[in-house]
Write a protein that binds this ligand. Structure first.
Ligand SMILES: [Mg+2]
Length: 274
């Protein structure tokens, strides 16, 4: 088994890995500090389509985790990169939150509300999704716009219960237009992985992806040659590994495993060895 501190870069899912609801999971703050003390590169990877990177950063800081905006990647920041690199000149019709509008503005992506002018329709979680938005989205796709799902998440668990997420809305537009999704942006897509590796400026095998979902977090890492750790503090259990056939390199009760390892091997000792 490769030692935990043998990587240059660490990529963390957020919900179910770093925090649940408004609370940091035990060991999360210590683990991030441990990695900072060892000069590791860190990124936080979420599939959210309703918060900007700035808002995610504010939340982490409130939980006691200092970080920069550029250390955060969301489905929306990857979508911005996607349009700039893979569809220059795109005119994107947005069905999503205010955060989607803001992140497209920051990425200098051209947007339109006219379904006949749109080259793409980007869909994220939209709590005001209604018949009118479905009609506009359907007409844009029928007019030739490519349907882009910001993430493949069918539902989103909240403290108050479960609500429909991006994929449910994408399917409504697919059904009405009788045309299929052209691309999916969020974890575990190759666009997401390449954005992250580019930001971290590292090779896949130098990066450890840590997350609570096999089909998004671990799949993202495994499919691109990163090392992967499943934490059992969120969505998936050890039984999920047999069900999905997706095998992580490490399985930990929680992210606190990294801080625990550091107690067994203090960083002063690490520096002496070097
Ligand atoms: Mg998660």
């Amino acid at each position: 088994m490769r030692p935990i501190f043998d990587f240059t870069s660490y990529l963390f899912d957020l919900d179910g890995t770093i925090y649940v609801g408004g609370k940091a999971l035990p060991g999360a703050v210590d683990t991030i500090q441990t990695l900072r003390d060892r000069d590791k590169k860190i990124m936080f990877a979420t599939n959210t389509t309703v918060y900007t990177r700035e808002e995610v950063r504010d939340k982490l800081i409130q939980l006691g985790i200092e970080c920069e905006r550029d250390e955060i990647v969301t489905a929306l920041s990857v979508a911005g990169m996607y349009f700039r690199h893979y569809a220059p000149g795109a005119k994107v019709l947005l069905i999503g939150s205010e955060a989607m509008t803001e992140e497209m503005r920051l990425s200098e992506v051209d947007t339109t509300v006219d379904p006949t002018l749109a080259t793409h329709v980007l869909v994220g979680l939209d709590r005001s999704f209604d018949f009118e938005k479905l009609t506009v989205g359907m007409n844009a796709v029928r007019s030739g716009a490519l349907l882009i799902a910001a993430n493949p998440d069918p539902f989103c668990p909240l403290d108050t219960g479960v609500i429909p997420d991006t994929w449910a809305l994408v399917r409504a537009i697919e059904t009405a237009s009788m045309l299929q999704t052209h691309d999916i942006i969020g974890k575990p897509s190759r666009y997401y992985a390449s954005y992250v590796l580019n930001q971290l400026d590292c090779r896949p095998e130098e990066c450890l992806m840590v997350g609570d979902r096999l089909e998004t977090d671990v799949e993202l890492g495994n499919s691109t040659g990163m090392y992967t750790a499943l934490v059992l503090s969120g969505a998936d259990s050890e039984e999920s590994i047999a069900r999905t056939g997706i095998e992580p390199d490490y399985v930990w009760a929680s992210i606190g495993a990294i801080a625990e390892e550091a107690r067994l091997q203090p960083s002063s000792q690490v520096k002496e060895q070097i």
